[in-house]
Design a protein around this ligand. Sequence first.
Ligand code: PLP
Length: 343
Amino acid sequence: MPMDFRSDTVTRPTPEMRRAMAEAEVGDDVYGEDPTVRRLEEECASMLGTQDALFVCSGTMGNLTAALTWCPRGTSAIVGSMSHMYNYEAGGMSALGGVFPAVVDDSSGCPALEDVKAAVRGSGNVHFSPTRLLCLENTHNSCGGVAVEIERFRSLALKAREEGLYVHLDGARLFNACVALGCEARLYGEAVTSVMICLSKGLGAPMGSVLCGPSDFIAEARGWRKRLGGGLRQSGVVAAAGLVALRSIDRLHEDHENAALLSRGLEDGGLKVHRVPNPTNMVYFSLPGSVSPGGFVRALAGKGVFVGALPDGRIRMVTHRDVSREDVLAAVPVVLKEAGLRS
Ligand SMILES: *Cc1c(COP(=O)(O)O)cnc(C)c1O
């Protein structure tokens, strides 16, 4: 059996999810008539402490829909230099919405308030692209899957809102943060003006994300989703798997324990593991200078261990439901050997 540590998106739907999909009660969601989609949206809104929610095809579509809803063409959104929205969403907000990204340092998982304030531009000066939105991410993927504590997160979000900004949380893995920190998702949802959560990562659904926020925002976001081609019909078939996925939040701690085991194993073997303060289900490490990341990834794949290499040369391994503790224990010596640390 191959062991796939490339991402937590590689999980296959469970038998329970497939059963729920087969039996889902459905209708035409563009007419607002799919009861399963509606149930998923209501449940997410309630979990995140927001008035309403909108089912979308992917995390990228959820973040893009939020940016386009909050930001008129020509305005700007503050994004972290290491954020997913800035680096891995194909420049969607500029390509499709004419939204200008103002980049701030977020290498600690969350930008500093002073940097956010310094990036804000008002609308009274013709030279400026007026700032509308601050985008945050939690857990922060490229910063090592770090979970940002509610105190630090809320303080920044509330101060940004006092500056007149909307605040969007890319919460693709917000539930991993909540499980790691023992904190309710609602506290994050209430600190911001919108939040996107993914059902298709650690929670294991085959597809789908949910954008949560105030009723008037969600009503407008529904129009943007339609413009983006995301108005779906009997989408209850996939929303049903999402409802099952929401029941699996409590098991995310197993993925975190497996990631901790993996970190320890690799570190004990001599690899340079990048440790973060509140780790979740990701392990990042650097290879000895003599080993090329591309060759390393290919060689490991040949042995049935799949990992990812980033453009900066870091290697990422992600734990999820479809890799077990035994898989982690079996993968460690294989990874160390390919890194040249064991013969
Ligand atoms: C995966 C991911 C997304 C995008 O989700 P997709 O469903 O792959 O489009 C957004 N933000 C973060 C932090 C992610 O890891």
